[in-house]
Design a protein around this ligand. Structure first.
Ligand code: C2E
Ligand code: SIN
Ligand code: SIN
Ligand code: FE
Ligand code: FE
Length: 408
């Protein structure tokens, strides 16, 4: 529990902190962690509004988390509820009104009812709840923040206090601003991908989202094993989420006759496909933001292989030609292998191939999961970095929930 001085400190730090975060998924995680810490709340969820629905977008629950093995993540499914007076968060969004409920199982006659299904499924007991709308400067509702089970020093559940109401409205306002900005960034990236999609209909928003979300999970597991600091992990996850979305954006430059070809490619056609790596990297190679740097690394290196048999090798992303001193006897670029391949390239390679195997392509049917996993296993040490593969295999349950979240 925080004392008053720590609380005032945290109020100022929270809005600075969330304004550093660019990706929407990372942002929701950060907003909820900070707010739960401030109110000492055991659990919480964020709903985002999409037309007349509220989409259950992110959740945390310390009690359920503690029941898991160390390092395991809480798996939850996303669902939508109508913006209507029937549910608590629906009511909050519809009426733009905060609700503070001491015990959701003992409410007076309210228009809304508490849905106990989640409690029953997870063997959790929700009691006190504070739910607040997030509205932007124009007054549009962007979503709802809901925090659950405030705790006293001894861990007993207590009601949220009237003083908490004012504080959470303040947080909801800064959260709304940051969310609106992050949604705009995500939409710009999705629009860039939809240009590549005109050429290759497999490079869709859902594919890009799956590859990006897989990559972030694999990175996090890998980074924890390698002793990276939590702040550094969070910062890298944020930019990797966006850079990985853009891994195939260079396909805009490849003929759709090749990419949509139902059968196997000729050697010549495959040579043309290979250029999507450095052509994608070139788009980001002039600016030097951290996001640009990682987008270059990912686009350029996601088809390199651990054993040095991938492409494009040691090329300059601005020209696609070998780097100085890195041309072989035949004039082509020397291969990259092992640690020469930036780790984000090695990670996105695993995420991209796994998703390609499990998906339909112009040239192949989707594979069953067992067959895809067997192929991934075969690739460890040759195509894929063995350390990245072990991170991949230990996050399979989270990867499955990501697949459900972004269906075709
Ligand atoms: P993609 O379809 O997104 O596939 C990405 C990577 O997943 C491939 O990189 C490959 O490593 C792996 N992969 C996908 N499908 C299979 C498969 O059936 N078996 C195996 N063993 N691996 C698979 P790669 O090979 O460098 O290909 C890059 C891109 O070139 C592909 O992206 C796709 O757009 C295109 N492509 C590759 N082969 C063919 C083909 O035979 N026909 C057509 N039309 N396009 C192809
Ligand atoms: C609701 O807002 O009605 C859903 C509450 C919950 O089940 O957590
Ligand atoms: C973007 O895709 O949002 C642009 C990335 C950048 O150049 O910073
Ligand atoms: Fe690719
Ligand atoms: Fe891809």
């Amino acid at each position: 529990m925080l004392n008053e001085k720590e609380k005032i400190d945290l109020i100022t730090r929270i809005s600075l902190d969330i304004n550093q975060v660019k990706d929407i998924d990372m942002l929701l995680e950060r907003i909820l962690s900070n707010i739960r810490k401030f109110f000492n709340a055991d659990a919480g969820s964020i709903y985002l509004k999409d037309r007349n629905k509220l989409k259950f977008s992110f959740t945390q629950n310390d009690t359920l988390q503690k029941r898991l093995e160390p390092g395991k993540k809480l798996i939850y499914s996303t669902f939508s509820i109508p913006v209507s007076n029937n549910s608590i968060s629906g009511y909050v969004a519809k009426n733009r009104e905060l609700v503070n409920i001491p015990d959701v199982y003992n409410m007076g006659s309210e228009p809304y009812t508490f849905d106990a299904e989640f409690d029953e499924l997870s063997d959790y007991r929700c009691k006190s709840m504070l739910a607040v709308p997030m509205t932007n400067q124009r007054g549009d509702v962007l979503g709802v923040i809901q925090i659950i089970n405030a705790q006293d020093e001894n861990g007993s559940v207590i009601p949220f206090s009237p003083a908490d109401e004012l504080a959470i409205m303040h947080f909801a306002t800064s959260a709304a601003l940051a969310i609106e900005r992050a949604q705009m960034t995500r939409n710009i990236i999705l629009r860039m991908i939809s240009m590549a999609e005109l050429r290759d209909p497999t490079e869709t928003g859902p594919h890009a989202n799956r590859v990006a979300a897989f990559s972030v999970e694999i990175f996090e597991t890998w980074a924890k094993k390698n002793g990276l600091m939590p702040d550094e992990i969070n910062r890298q996850k944020d930019i990797l989420r966006m850079a990985a979305m853009l891994h195939d954006v260079g396909k805009v430059a490849i003929s759709d006759l090749i990419l949509k070809k139902p059968g196997k490619l000729t050697m010549e056609e495959f040579e043309s496909v290979k250029s999507h790596t450095h052509l994608g990297a070139r788009l980001f190679s002039e600016n030097r933001s951290e996001l640009d740097e990682m987008a270059v690394e990912v686009a350029l290196n996601h088809h390199e292989k651990w054993d040095g048999t991938g492409y494009p090798g040691h090329v300059d992303p601005r020209s696609g030609k070998p780097l100085p001193g890195r041309a072989g006897p035949d004039g082509s670029a020397l291969p990259k292998k092992g640690d020469e391949i930036p780790v984000v390239g090695r990670i996105v390679a695993v995420a991209d191939v796994y998703d390609a195997l499990c998906s339909r392509r112009a040239y192949k049917e989707p594979w069953h999961q067992d067959r895809a996993l067997e192929a991934m296993h075969q690739g460890a040490g040759s195509h894929f970095d063995p350390a990245v593969m072990s991170a991949f295999f230990s996050t399979l349950d989270v990867l499955a929930s990501i697949t459900e979240r972004y269906p075709e």
